[in-house]
Design a protein around this ligand. Structure first.
Ligand code: 5GP
Length: 194
């Protein structure tokens, strides 16, 4: 097992396909990755599992954790919807000898990179175009019209942050994007996947 205890941060605008890439990497045992489950106050979607996709908590519980300094970073990603990375989650996974992988928004990703520096690889997943993003969010059909517009507006401003990341991964053809993700992550971790 090479260099356990590193952080892999996947950030992107909502709908850019980072979750698919993170899931793909988690299926490769040699990378020794574990997913950092975030806390959120947004409602759970029908296909999600509490404790696996997120820890779904109330806004009150979220505020309490902010006051108790339980987060490495947290954000009100959308109005009244809070998301945060729990210190206990990351510390626990690192102690267990895992590399930790994050699916997190752009600002959160930059904040984690600031904390962990060279111990972290920050990857920005870039959609081929805003049009693609809109199509992906539409087919996901988890958003109502208002949420879709909010997500798209946020996406446009987030695209400007791409150059501040260690790597930019264009998610046009999924197979190619998966392959690129494997190369970026295995190189960083010093793991040979052949
Ligand atoms: P969704 O509601 O689609 O699950 O996530 C909305 C956005 O919040 C996504 O960009 C997701 O990556 C981001 N996100 C998830 N967990 C966290 C977190 O712990 N901190 C921050 N800053 N963003 C997060």
């Amino acid at each position: 097992m090479a260099n356990p205890g590193k952080l892999i941060i996947f950030s992107a605008p909502s709908g850019a396909g980072k979750t698919t890439l993170v899931r793909h990497l988690l299926e490769i045992p040699a990378l020794n990755l574990a997913f950092s489950v975030s806390a959120t106050s947004r409602p759970m979607r029908s296909y999600e599992v509490d404790g696996k996709d997120y820890f779904f908590i109330t806004a009150e519980e979220f505020s309490k954790k902010i006051k108790n300094h339980e987060f490495l970073e947290w954000e009100e990603v959308y109005s009244d919807q809070y998301y945060g990375t729990l210190k206990s989650e990351v510390d626990g996974l690192l102690k267990a000898g895992k590399n930790v992988i994050f699916d997190i928004d752009v600002e959160g990703g930059m904040n984690l990179k600031k904390i962990y520096g060279n111990e972290a690889l920050a990857i920005f997943v870039k959609p081929p175009s805003i049009k693609h993003l809109e199509e992906r969010l539409n087919t996901r059909s988890s958003e109502d019209e208002e949420s879709l517009i909010t997500r798209l507006e946020k996406a446009v401003s987030e695209l400007e942050y791409a150059p501040q990341f260690d790597k930019v991964l264009l998610n046009d053809k999924l197979d190619k994007a998966k392959q690129d993700a494997e190369v970026f992550v295995s190189d960083f971790l010093g793991i040979n996947l052949d």
